[in-house]
Ligand binder design. Structure first.
Ligand code: FAD
Length: 398
């Protein structure tokens, strides 16, 4: 039995599937055209407890651990949703965990045995002002790390926060920020020493703060239902009480929470591959060429068999690594390998699934076309494939 195949998790899978069928599938094409998902979707997902999965009840979440979050992600895509939808609706999965940890809580089981609440300032105020309303679906948050000068080198962040009494004065810019257009607040990585020093802190910045402007809505290859923005900060005064944890603990917090983001992206990758295997299999059964169904040809059957094998192997490895993370094991290298394995499987499977669909696969009407475009970000976001290889090489002692 799979680790995500318990009776409780089967119920969660059912809940997720019915949410996607009722609330998402009839509208997804419209949201792709609109470039964003409606705010009401957050409230609807919150009402049935889906938005809060992986966050403790003590901060307004629904409970559950990292494996429950993975199950929800997997099921959304396998029910016909998309990784773009997950990026848009579950941005809080990257925007909130630092606050929850700083208040002494845990999200997704990720921090167990590794950070401990005591190292950072317990801050229930941030939980009340941002975490609870977001998990209730009435606020939207984003996480801003990447800057126009580069994203892979997190320590090189140049957005500065200079202390001035009870405030920080923030100057700089961020780019490629998921949900940045719609977000009410942004968990922002800033440099609290000289630019490039690597001394980072995390500040929660309200969109309404003077000097904070949301720039262009960025147009993208895929993830069309997920809004992506440039952000600018000019002399933005942020209360010191909006700092997450102690000053200069931001780099460590960012690195620790990358594990959850990377496993989520790995899940999106293998689930997209699984969905594309299903779509291609259905298509090859129904489509006949030269008087026979495609699926009757050995070449096609073997291709589908290989696609299925790659998707299932990636899923098994991601689950194994996720279980180890949830148990508190320090598996930074394995998380990087899981992301690369799942992304490689996804890249190959979506490409072959589209090919098997022939000309129809290239049309906007084909679901596989959307997955093909959406999949390309998975090896870039949350740390690129090359950066994962750097981590793996370090883990090998190279
Ligand atoms: C749709 C989308 C959504 C995003 N959402 C967010 C978000 O919500 N918040 C956020 O902060 N960021 C977000 N990002 C940014 C994303 O995390 C970065 O794009 C990513 O980390 C890579 O950074 P970069 O684009 O600056 O590339 P760069 O760091 O400039 O890298 C360019 C290329 O060089 C390679 N490279 C870099 N360094 C090395 C090295 N040492 N050795 C070998 N190769 C190297 C990289 O792998 C890459 O191929 C998003 C991006 C996109 C496209």
């Amino acid at each position: 039995m799979s680790i995500v195949d318990t009776p409780e998790r089967r119920q969660l899978r059912e809940l997720t599937r019915s949410f996607v069928t009722r609330e998402v599938l009839p509208h997804l094409a419209d949201w792709e055209r609109a470039g964003e998902v409606p705010r009401e979707l957050h409230a609807t997902a919150a009402k049935i407890g889906l938005l809060g999965i992986g966050f403790p009840e003590s901060v307004g979440g629904s409970g559950g651990d990292l494996l429950d979050s993975i199950l929800v992600t997997e099921e959304i895509i396998r029910s016909g949703g998309s990784s773009g939808l997950i990026a848009a609706l579950f941005t809080h999965g990257i925007a909130l965990p630092h606050m929850v940890a700083a208040a002494g809580g845990q999200s997704g089981g990720l921090l167990r045995g590794r950070l401990g609440g005591g190292q950072l300032r317990g801050d229930d105020d941030l939980v009340d002002r941002y975490v609870r309303p977001t998990l209730a679906g009435t606020m939207i948050g984003a996480l801003a790390i990447t800057e126009p000068d580069g994203g892979s080198d997190v320590a090189a962040i140049r957005t500065t926060a200079r202390r001035d009494g009870d405030h920080y004065v923030v100057n700089g810019s961020k780019t490629y920020i998921t949900s940045g257009v719609r977000a009410d607040f942004v968990t922002t990585a800033v440099c609290t020493d000289f630019p490039g020093s690597g001394e980072l802190s995390l500040l929660v910045i309200d969109k309404a703060t003077p000097g904070f402007t949301v720039g262009r809505r960025l147009e993208k290859l895929g993830w069309h239902c997920s809004d992506t923005a440039e952000l600018s900060f000019v002399d933005v005064r942020v209360p010191v009480t909006n700092r997450i944890g102690e000053e200069n603990t931001g780099f460590l917090a960012i690195m620790q929470h990358f594990a959850a983001e990377r496993l989520s992206l790995a899940t999106q990758a293998y689930a997209t591959a699984q969905r594309c295997v299903e779509l291609a299999t259905r298509w090859c059964r129904d489509r006949a060429t030269f008087g026979r169904p495609l699926a009757s040809r050995q070449l096609v059957r073997h291709r589908l068999a290989e696609m299925h094998t790659r998707a299932e192997a990636a899923r098994a490895y991601v689950h194994e690594v996720a279980a180890r993370v949830a148990a508190g094991e320090p598996v930074v290298t394995e998380v990087a390998m899981a992301k690369n394995v799942a992304v490689a499987a996804c890249d190959q499977v979506v490409d072959q699934a589209l090919q098997l669909h022939g000309g129809f696969g290239y049309l906007r009407d084909a679901e596989v076309e959307r997955h093909y475009r959406d999949a390309r970000i998975l090896g870039i976001g949350g740390g690129t494939t090359e950066i994962m290889n750097e981590i793996i090489a370090k883990g090998m002692g190279l």
